[in-house]
Design a protein around this ligand. Structure first.
Ligand SMILES: C[S@@+](CC[C@H](N)C(=O)[O-])C[C@H]1O[C@@H](n2cnc3c(N)ncnc32)[C@H](O)[C@@H]1O
Length: 305
């Protein structure tokens, strides 16, 4: 099967900076227009409608389009990449594949997460207290859960995500939330997506002539780290993220991101770490707030307004 250009799909599947092959898949005929548009935007292939991830050997990862929802799903092909994920004797097909990953701010899991102790620690780390609701730049937005939690607590949040596939999922998730119930709409209104590298976000640029939005008071970083959580949900997400983000160009630049954040004109920088991990970039924070599994390292630059 080929597109109008006549170029075989497999040849279109891999933009230069991605180490794995990605294809868009429409669940049904009605989903083809959105799937095609996203395929163009993401420079990815369009696999035949209804392609089954469990048997797909052509592409490593599929972005499934069903109605307004997007879900990222690894395929049998990814499960059998050399050095990757496949354990000896493990079947690569169907039953062994982790389930899809999506951005669904209205899910039961997100509603449950609101009430978890993790949120309280995150809120304290960024300086939410009393009536104070600092504007947070989430420099590593990922699937946007921490951003959503912060926005739910009343902070305005700018979500930066540099991986285009994840950014597209975030955009779609935000769009759905803005069309959701009152609570979802209100929270989503406080969230803004910047689809690109956080270091290119112009918001806090104080050079003459630059856009003086200057609103961000806190930069929040949650860089990837291997083996940070043993739960099945996190494992499946990690496998996908690592495939998408690390396989192509191994950008282990979290240390650099912290140095960049500390050079910005913000009141504090907060880094999420596994509870027993060393400090990012070896830089000692002003203080840390530790939970059971994660720790928030807080670098205070000045008092919050
Ligand atoms: C571990 S995930 C973050 C998970 C997120 N806190 C959540 O709650 O869903 C890290 C994300 O940061 C993104 N990222 C890493 N460095 C970045 C940068 N410099 N600018 C924008 N995004 C970045 C990666 O693409 C990845 O999606």
């Amino acid at each position: 099967m080929s597109r109008d250009t006549g170029i075989p799909l497999a040849a279109l599947a891999e933009p230069p900076r991605r180490g794995i092959s990605l294809a868009l898949v429409a669940a049904a005929a009605g989903d083809v227009p959105l799937a095609s548009a996203l395929a163009l935007q993401l420079e990815a292939a369009l696999a035949p409608t209804g392609t089954d991830p469990a048997t797909c050997e052509e592409f490593d990862v599929l972005l499934l389009v069903s109605g307004d929802a997007l879900a990222l799903q690894q395929t049998a092909a990814l499960a059998s990449l050399p050095g990757e994920r496949k354990k000896p004797g493990r079947r690569s097909a169907g039953r062994d594949l982790p389930g899809p990953v999506s951005v669904d701010f209205g899910s039961d899991a997100m509603r449950h997460r609101r009430r978890s102790g993790h949120n309280e620690l995150l809120g304290r780390a960024v300086g939410i207290a009393g009536k104070r609701r600092p504007h947070v730049l989430d420099a590593t937005a990922g699937l946007g859960r921490d951003s959503f939690v912060l926005a739910d607590m009343g902070s305005a949040v700018t979500l930066c995500e540099r991986e285009p596939v994840i950014a597209a999922m975030l955009a779609q998730g935000l769009q759905l939330a803005r069309a959701g119930d009152d609570w979802l709409r209100q929270v989503a209104q406080r969230m803004d997506l910047f689809p690109g590298d956080a270091r290119t976000f112009p918001g806090n640029d104080r050079t003459p002539g630059a856009a003086q939005t200057g609103l961000v008071e806190v930069i929040y970083l949650d860089p990837m780290f291997p083996g940070r959580d043993k739960s099945a949900a996190v494992k499946k997400e990690m496998a996908l993220f690592q495939a998408l983000l690390d396989a192509g160009d191994k950008r282990q630049d979290a240390d650099e991101l912290l140095r960049w954040a500390l050079a910005q004109d913000v009141a504090r920088v907060v880094v999420k770490r596994p509870v027993r991990a060393g400090y990012l970039a070896g830089l000692k924070p002003s203080h840390s707030i530790a939970g059971k599994a994660v720790r928030f390292d807080v670098h205070v630059r000045r008092a919050l307004d």
